[in-house]
Ligand binder design. Structure first.
Ligand code: TXA
Ligand code: MG
Length: 327
């Protein structure tokens, strides 16, 4: 892959500023973005993504002064979190300023703000000079895209520019945090863990049911699936093996360490449980791989919900529509 030239990026950034739609990489997942202060342009994002208008869109920013252009009443704890985690995979829900069109925030008085850490995306922000409204680049209901090939087909006819940045480095969407009464609440877990946030803030709560998108469909697979957990991975495998007997074409999403538990059953190796960043980087790609095999059932092995494990389990829970058992 040849890296895009600065001249080309400058031109695309100017077009984005004028309201064109651009598909581009961030360090988490690909985004589909436009000028976040342009109501009509943002409306097009909802259309192209088939996104529910009740689901607000985050704004990507270049620096703290851009945060201050769109948000107000920022508390010292919120500044502290930005200092600790910006640029990076953290979205902070802040009180919005009137300059932010209400279509971006789905009518709410808050706005999600993130300073990304990806060269192409950061240059788009610098050259355009505007906050970029950018949800994950996937049709609502399908897995987020972590490389261009996964999403090109869905969007090639619908966006104005497409920028290839290779495989995204983190692979899952940002951690979303909202500070309420001086306590940070994690609304969506991501690569920045609750434990890391606690270290900075002295406190953290995890409240995963409070996201506007939770009532809407998310990552629906084409076939039924189930997430199974026990603290002994061997027990998980035994249980899955017994359940697979009912299916003609099941597929099992497992980890390096458990592959030996399954003789010749069809598997996808999610990576090592000792390398969770690796597991999250390839999580959506592996889900798409599983779907491409057209299984009649997908069994997913669970892992402990601490550290990055919480974000990984959260994505799997959504994938299997909360069809989750602890055995
Ligand atoms: O890593 C990411 O955050 C990626 C990349 C492209 O930056 N973006 C992303 O956007 O995941 P999206 O739209 O797929 O997910 C944003 C989530 C949605 O669940 C939405 O409901 C929530 O953030 N959100 C946005 N604005 C909000 C607000 N004002 N209050 C509460 N939740 C909000
Ligand atoms: Mg999304």
């Amino acid at each position: 892959m040849e890296l895009i030239k600065d001249e080309e990026l400058k031109r695309i950034a100017q077009e984005l500023r004028m309201g064109k739609l651009v598909l581009f990489p961030t360090e988490t997942v690909y985004g589909i973005g436009t000028n976040g202060l342009d109501e009509n342009a943002v409306k097009r994002i909802y259309e192209v993504k088939e996104r529910d208008l009740k689901n607000p869109i985050n704004l990507l920013v270049r620096d703290i002064s851009m945060v201050e252009e769109i948000a107000t009443n920022i508390s010292s704890l919120e500044y502290k979190l930005m200092q600790a985690f910006f640029p990076g995979p953290l979205t902070l829900i802040l009180k919005k300023k009137p300059i932010v069109p209400s279509i971006v925030t789905a009518g709410s008085d808050t706005v999600g703000v993130r300073m990304p850490n990806n060269e192409i995306c950061n240059k788009l922000l610098t050259y355009s000079g505007v906050p970029i409204a950018a949800p994950s680049a996937n049709i609502s209901g399908s897995p987020s895209g972590t490389s261009l090939s996964e999403i090109l087909q869905d969007f090639s006819e619908k966006v104005d520019y497409i920028i290839d940045g290779g495989k995204t480095s983190l692979g899952i969407e940002s951690t979303i945090v909202k500070v309420v009464n001086n306590i940070p609440y994690v609304l969506r877990p991501g690569s920045i863990t609750a434990e890391q946030i606690r270290k900075v803030a002295g406190n953290v709560m995890v409240e995963l049911d409070d996201l506007p998108s939770n009532t809407l469909k998310h990552y629906q697979l084409d076939c039924p699936s189930m997430l199974i957990y026990n603290k002994d991975p061997k027990k998980i495998s035994e249980h899955i093996i017994s359940l697979t007997k009912k299916y003609k074409n099941p597929i099992i999403l497992t980890y390096h360490e458990s592959i030996k538990n399954y003789s010749d059953l069809p598997l996808i190796d999610l990576g090592s449980t000792r390398n969770l960043p690796g597991v999250s980087r390839f999580l959506f790609e592996n889900l798409r791989k599983a779907m491409s095999l057209k299984p009649d059932f997908i069994f997913i092995e669970g892992i402990p919900k601490n550290g990055l494990g919480l974000a990984i389990m959260n994505r799997f829970l959504q994938v299997c529509n909360r069809n989750y058992i602890e055995i």
